[in-house]
Design a protein around this ligand. Structure first.
Ligand code: ZN
Length: 293
């Protein structure tokens, strides 16, 4: 089954909802970054959250960057989404191996840590991006995302994210949802939503059973007549290019470029987000140096 993202709204217009299945994009991230299970789970959760938030932003050509820096042994976890929800990302320490919190439960919270911040950068194609940040709550990601929306954007939000890593370390299932209450939502609606979420249980077993993104929303919005607004395929996608790498090299400045050229060696640069590399001979670097001047 391909990854997909769905958006829906309840009949009364009071709950805005989005859900994702992300086994493919999380597995692609694992292959690129060679993450161990706890890194796979953390990165998968952050990628799926960024995807939903990027799609919800509804800004053509916009992008959204989600960063968790909690001071834990995994280091930073970063994901970038385009306007549709295609994502790319990385973790600082993909090789981190932690014992399970309890049987079958990867300890993402300890890996990410709580001594730091969750930061959201919204590029809405305006002069300046919008940046919001909150102290991390648990490092488990979903809880931190919900806290971000409540504290930073004053939107009551429920979020669930789950990644199941198989015994061979590959991703067997991944998915999540994000529910937001519109202004004016009455208390009994909130109670009903909370009861639905509790009855549905953790999201990992739901996607493990093969539920689609739409089925996730139908479950947590049961009795609220959700209307499907959009279904959109999403994937792990990096937009790096040789031109972009050239600009990055130029931005290093004259001195560093000069040192690379003087080493006489071809420089091979790796993209931070994917497995593509670009090589530059000393002659090509000379040309960039001329541009830099
Ligand atoms: Zn790339």
């Amino acid at each position: 089954m391909k990854d997909e993202l769905v958006r829906a709204m309840t009949e009364d217009g009071l709950v805005n909802a989005v859900a994702i299945t992300g086994r493919g994009l999380t597995e692609r991230a694992r292959q690129i970054h060679q993450t161990m299970p706890v890194g796979t789970a953390a990165l998968g959760r952050v990628l799926m959250a960024a995807s939903m938030m990027g799609n919800m932003q509804k800004c053509d050509d916009g992008s959204l960057t989600l960063q968790l820096r909690g001071g834990g042994p995994l280091g930073a976890v970063v994901a970038v989404s385009d306007a549709e929800g295609n994502v790319r990302g990385y973790v600082s320490n993909p090789q981190l191996d932690l014992p399970e919190k309890y049987r079958g439960h990867l300890d993402v919270g300890t890996a990410v840590g709580t001594d730091g911040f969750l930061t959201v950068v919204r590029d809405l194609r305006l002069k300046e991006p919008y940046v919001g940040s909150i102290p991390l709550v648990s490092g488990e990601v979903a809880e931190d995302i919900a806290a971000y929306f409540v504290q930073s954007e004053q939107i009551p939000t429920a979020c669930a994210l789950g990644v199941l890593v198989g015994t061979d370390c590959s991703v067997s299932a991944a998915g999540g949802y994000l529910l937001q209450l519109m202004p004016g939502a009455p208390d009994d609606l909130i109670d009903r939503l909370e009861a639905n979420i509790a009855a549905a249980g953790a999201v990992t077993p739901m996607v493990e059973k093969g539920m689609s993104a739409w089925e996730l929303l139908q479950t947590v919005l049961a009795g609220m007549e959700p209307r499907l607004l959009e279904t959109c395929p999403v994937e792990y996608r990096c937009d790096c290019s040789r031109e972009r790498m050239e600009r990055a090299l130029i931005s290093l400045g004259e001195q560093e470029l000069r040192e690379m050229i003087d080493s006489g060696e071809t420089q091979t640069l790796e993209c931070r987000f994917c497995d593509r590399t670009q090589s530059f001979t000393p002659q090509e670097l000379e040309a960039l140096l001329r541009e830099a001047k």
